[in-house]
Design a protein around this ligand. Structure first.
Ligand SMILES: [Zn+2]
Ligand SMILES: [Zn+2]
Ligand SMILES: [Zn+2]
Length: 145
C-alpha cells in the first residue's frame, strides 16, 4: 500500500523559538529568514537554498541596513556596531545580556533614536541631530511616539 501525500510547494517554516511563521527577507548581505513576530522575537536564520538554515544565526542584524551587527571588543565597552560601518552606517547598539539592545527608530526620518539626558530628564532624540530635531518623551525605557 502506498501513501501518496501531495507536496505543498509553499512550505511554511516556523520559528524555533516562538513557533510563529518565519519570513524570507531580502537583506543587503543576501537573503535571510526572520521571525514574523519581529521585533518581539529576534530569531533569524541564514538562508540555505531558499529554506531557513538549521544552524543558529548568531548574528544580529542592523535595524537600519540589515547588515550584521558586530560586538565591539571588550576593552572598548559593551556595545554592538554595524558591519556596514565603513560603508557609512554608523549604527551602534548597547549590549543587553549579550544581545544588542532593542532599537527604536525616529518616526520622522527613520534613523535610530538615542537616549539623551536633558534638563527635564531622559528623552529620546534622533541620532542624526542636528539634521533631524525630532525628540520623544521616555516612557518605560522606550520612546513615546
Ligand atoms: Zn519567533
Ligand atoms: Zn547598518
Ligand atoms: Zn530623525
Amino acid at each position: 500500500m502506498t501513501n501518496s501525500i501531495s507536496k505543498i510547494s509553499e512550505k511554511t517554516y516556523y520559528c524555533p523559538s516562538c513557533k510563529q511563521a518565519m519570513r524570507r527577507i531580502e537583506g543587503k548581505m543576501g537573503p535571510f529568514w526572520g521571525c514574523s513576530d519581529f521585533p518581539k522575537c529576534k530569531t533569524t536564520r541564514n538562508d540555505a537554498d531558499g529554506k531557513p538554515s538549521e544552524k543558529v544565526d548568531e548574528h544580529y542584524r542592523c535595524p537600519i541596513c540589515t547588515r550584521r551587527m558586530v560586538k565591539a571588543d571588550k576593552e572598548k565597552g559593551d556595545y554592538w556596531y554595524c558591519s556596514g560601518f565603513a560603508k557609512g552606517c554608523k549604527v551602534t547598539l548597547a549590549d543587553h545580556n549579550g544581545m544588542p539592545e532593542l532599537a527604536h527608530r525616529c518616526k520622522s526620518c527613520g534613523f535610530l533614536l538615542v537616549k539623551r539626558k536633558g534638563k527635564n530628564g531622559v528623552f529620546w532624540g534622533c541620532s542624526t541631530y542636528p539634521k533631524c530635531t525630532a525628540s520623544y518623551p521616555n516612557i518605560n525605557h522606550r520612546p513615546d511616539y
